[in-house]
Design a protein around this ligand. Structure first.
Ligand code: L34
Length: 292
């Protein structure tokens, strides 16, 4: 009797994002030949070092595919009225197709109010209540970037979602809730777990597809994971030296999983790829409208 060595499929977000960017470059080139250049405005308030990294990466991505990016770096103490005024101006600006306000915002700024101010047709994050509602009823114009990136990874690996038990750990408006909704639309049976969930380990152990968005390094150990499960790690945690790790204990969990995302190089690059996709979509929408 030989022993069975399980091998897992690495869900390589960096690779898929690169493939998507290649295809999107062609699309943007075609638009450029018609004199159209998609424009993305990114607003960052304050000096959060992680936000800085993500925003820098987003700018590089835009350059790579030919999207024009406009960055607005505002000081930590920016008054709310000033931020809202900038959003109003960008809503009116026809060279801007997408507007993104990097979260989290400094405490004195009301995130909900700020996001509500973005014109829904430029809301490439899909955080505005209008777009949240469209997602809820199953007809999203823009899919929220992180959850949509996870779905792309799963589709690209030909993983069947219908009828599967999907457990999402985390209930944020950015990841957990929209993630659950996208999975539900693909006919998964979805459970959302959170900090008050009783016996998280037992819940996770039932998952065919486990999606972790907790924000605690190596929290999901092998005893949370069913043999053969698909494990998606949305966590981005930095240790004292600035090294990035996910929520999942990758070396141990990968021995049990049938497919698993790495961190870095998993969901993060996909989030950014979906932002580009939404920006191109917004651009196409805006230009069709102005033709009619
Ligand atoms: N408005 N705020 C808004 N939209 C978003 O979609 C985000 N998010 C989250 C934080 N705030 C936001 C992001 O962009 C998280 N997030 C994000 C995006 C990209 C990466 C991580 C988080 C990413 O590129 N991760 C790399 C590692 C980069 C590093 O060194 O930190 C990775 O390979 O996972």
């Amino acid at each position: 009797m030989g022993c069975v060595i399980m091998s897992y499929k690495l869900l390589d977000g960096k690779d898929l994002a690169a493939r998507m960017k290649k295809a999107m470059s062609k699309e943007v080139e075609k638009l450029a030949s018609e004199g159209i250049v998609p424009g993305l405005a990114v607003i960052i308030v304050g000096n959060d070092p992680a936000s800085r990294i993500y925003v820098n990466n987003k700018r590089k991505d835009c350059e790579e595919v030919g999207i024009k990016s406009f960055e607005y770096a505002l000081p930590e103490e920016t008054p709310e009225e000033e931020l809202l005024g900038l959003i109003d101006a960008l809503n009116q600006d026809s060279s801007i197709d997408g507007i993104l306000v990097q979260l989290p915002l400094p405490r004195h700024l009301d995130e909900v109010k700020v996001i509500r101010r973005i014109s829904p047709e430029k809301d490439v994050d899909a955080f505005h209540p209008f777009n949240v509602g469209e997602l809820m009823i199953g007809r999203p114009v823009f899919a929220p970037c992180t959850p949509a990136g996870v779905m792309e990874l799963i589709k690209d690996a030909n993983i069947d979602v219908a009828g599967k038990n999907c457990v999402v750990v985390g209930r944020s408006n950015i990841v957990g809730k929209p993630m659950a909704m996208l999975m539900l639309h693909e006919n998964a049976t979805v459970t959302i777990c959170h900090s008050k969930t009783r016996d998280l380990k037992a819940m996770c152990s039932k998952a065919d597809i486990l999606i972790s968005a907790i924000g605690k390094a190596n929290y999901i150990t092998a005893d949370y994971v069913k043999e053969g499960a698909v494990v998606i790690d949305v966590g981005i945690n930095r240790n004292a030296e600035g090294k990035v790790t996910g929520d999942v204990d990758f070396p141990e969990v990968s021995k049990k999983a049938s497919a698993i995302t790495p961190v870095p190089g998993g969901v993060g690059p996909m989030t950014r790829a979906m932002l580009l996709k939404n920006t191109i979509k917004a651009c196409n929408m805006h230009n069709k409208k102005s033709l009619s």
